[in-house]
Design a protein around this ligand. Sequence first.
Ligand code: SAM
Length: 295
Amino acid sequence: MQQPAIGTRTRTLGILNQYHLSAKKSLGQNFLDDLQVLEGIVNAADVTDQDDVVEIGPGIGALTEQLAQRAHQVLAFEIDQNLIPVLAETLADYQNVTIINQDFLQANVPAILQHELDGQHQLKAVANLPYYITKPILMNFLKGAVRFETIVLMMQKEVANRLVAQPNSHDYGALSVMTQYLYRVEIALEVNKHSFIPAPKVDSAVVKLTPQGERPEAAYSQTAFFSFVHGCFMHRRKTLWNNLQSIFDKQPATKTTMQQVLATVGIAPSVRPQALGVEQFITLTNEFHKVGLLQ
Ligand code: SAM
């Protein structure tokens, strides 16, 4: 007899019961048991049989199952050893799923992808993230060596709001600038906490990241750009000038060069960092590089 989908409440509760599993808070285990939300995530990523999908944290397999029904291949990284035999049974019908029992942040992802996938399909990343490491995983995607066609991630709504935030808004900061430098960002779905077992404390949202096309002006170095942007937002309430003094130094010659750069690009020293758009941060990075203040 055909079983109901893993992501239905009855089946999820049945699996947790059968394997005597209780969600580990320390690993951010909040299992999705809402089929509509699961379908919403897969639709946001527009998964087809032309795609290989990397998933972080399959849990008991609710999202993995939905992905496997549409994708060519699913490669899922699960840190919790106890879930590996569970996944072997819940996903036994899907020959296109490979589970890697490793910490996604420690794994050599490019090498594993090269070993496990045929390299002939588009790469997408889809996950219901463990919330205790949302930021390191995001940074991993931003700095990462692997280029994904689309990245769709469920995260805390508060972090999602920061990713899509525009200049002069409360949520706009270094994470918004770094993410929007590389990706077009949209909130695909807002998700109520009651769509999970156990319910997390906060509401969630599904964010879709699509690589930006080529920019008219790119930063001379992504690493320098990220670190410069981070420095500019170190003290949000202070002016750009104050933050620049912390990034560089307070020597008179440096100050003169800083003033000249700001005058050249037409940015007042008195602005707050949150008033600047992504392009202005790119221009500033490149100009400070030209005058030798950024290496
Ligand atoms: N995908 C499942 C779902 O939607 O129901 C479970 C999502 S749950 C929010 C997060 C999952 O990530 C858990 O299964 C947890 O064990 C796993 N996890 C936590 N930290 C991880 C890490 N560093 N690397 C890989 N998986 C991790």
